[in-house]
Design a protein. Structure first.
Length: 379
């Protein structure tokens, strides 16, 4: 064989060997591909299982909530329990970081239909230069309840200005507290050294004196503050509303009813920001859009289910018809309200009392709004 390879037939021999090797390589490749296909091939699904899967997906609406024990987490669970209707409607709550990160999850994560966000969320997203036309991507179904600013600090901190220049925790990066809390401090003219850690860690750091305060922007009563034992060392610090604040923020109070161990006989003044049930604005006529239409009908039509225990007491603050400045309401939600709006709908008792107190007053819209905020503070 060696002699033939060196002779006149040598070139033919080398060519034959290359042909054999190429053929072997090709056969090996074909074998590998067939093996891979065999391993990844799925058995055919029975028609009944296909129909079941399609029905479940068509009737399941997902909502991004918040951290365990938080108000958004509890509100998401309320949605699931109150609106579950077998195969016709299922609400699937998803744990989230809070309003700040929820906005991005709602915009970009596939399969996230709804999310708890805040009235200041759009401004947060507008500051992200990567995002375009965000107002058309994220809309709202209803304004919900207010989330109050909580500032837990040692008794030596008597007012929010005492925290200027000090280390203050604003929950984890991307949380609603991280964004809204920082903006609230800025709007109140207080500059601090911000820290981002989870709330249990922040409480431990506060006990050790490693930070000056723990901030939480959440609907009262907040579970981790309810369970906190101050041991006569800590309290909730007042943050008095300023008329120069952005209209997304309103005056609020924290009382001994909310936090018997942290608030005395006098309520603590603070500020609050509105929560919103946000929605991804899916194309009209798409399967996702149609299931959101069914959700709107169920949520608005059965809202009375949220107004009594064991549902969170914050649901009783909700006015479904309330509009949100700067936001666009999801069209099916607006259509539902238009169909059910009575021609002589009465204003809320609170607004009635306010307007009675303003009888004979001549003022423009902004002045009346500012007067209303002042009036609320005095109540």
């Amino acid at each position: 064989m060696r002699l033939r390879a060196r002779g006149g037939g040598g070139r033919f021999g080398r060519g034959a060997r290359w042909a054999v090797l190429s053929a072997c390589a090709l056969l090996a490749s074909v074998h590998d591909i067939a093996y891979a296909v065999e391993r990844t091939a799925k058995p055919s699904e029975p028609p009944a299982e296909i129909a079941l899967g399609e029905r479940m997906n068509a009737n399941t609406v997902t909502v991004i909530t918040g951290t365990p024990g938080g108000t958004y987490f509890r509100a998401g669970a309320d949605l699931a329990f109150a609106l579950d209707d077998g195969d016709r409607m299922r609400i699937l709550p998803i744990l989230g970081k809070g309003a700040g990160e929820n906005a991005y999850d709602l915009r970009f994560l596939k399969g996230v239909d709804l999310g708890f966000v805040r009235t200041d969320t759009l401004e947060q997203l507008r500051q992200d230069k990567r995002l375009k036309n965000i107002e058309q991507r994220i809309q709202y179904i209803a304004k919900l309840f207010n989330d109050e600013l909580h500032i837990l600090a040692p008794l030596s901190v008597e007012k929010i200005s005492d925290l200027a220049g000090k280390r203050v925790s604003f929950d984890v990066k991307g949380s609603g507290t991280d964004y809204s809390g920082r903006v609230m401090f800025k709007e109140l003219g207080i500059s601090v050294d911000p820290v981002n850690v989870d709330q249990p860690t922040a409480l431990e750091m506060l006990r050790k004196g490693e930070i000056a305060a723990v901030v939480s922007v959440a609907a009262k009563p907040v579970a981790f503050l309810e369970g906190f034992d101050p041991k006569n060392r800590f309290h909730l610090v007042p943050a008095t509303y300023s008329e120069t604040m952005n209209e997304a923020y309103v005056p609020a109070t924290l009382s001994s009813v909310d936090y018997p161990r942290l608030v005395g006989a006098q309520p603590v003044e603070t500020v609050a920001v509105g929560s919103i049930l946000g929605v991804y604005n899916s194309p009209k006529g798409s399967p996702r859009y149609e299931k959101l239409v069914r959700f709107v009908d169920a949520f608005f039509g059965q809202f009375d289910k949220f107004l009594s225990p064991p549902r969170h007491p914050k649901w009783r603050e909700v006015n479904l018809a309330a509009s949100v400045s700067g936001w666009t309401r999801f069209q099916p939600a607006q259509d539902w309200l238009d169909r059910h709006r009575g021609p002589d709908a009465a204003p809320s008792p609170e607004l009635t009392r306010f307007f009675q107190s303003q009888a004979g007053r001549s003022a423009d819209k902004d002045e009346i709004y500012r007067a209303y905020l002042k009036w609320r503070r005095s109540q």
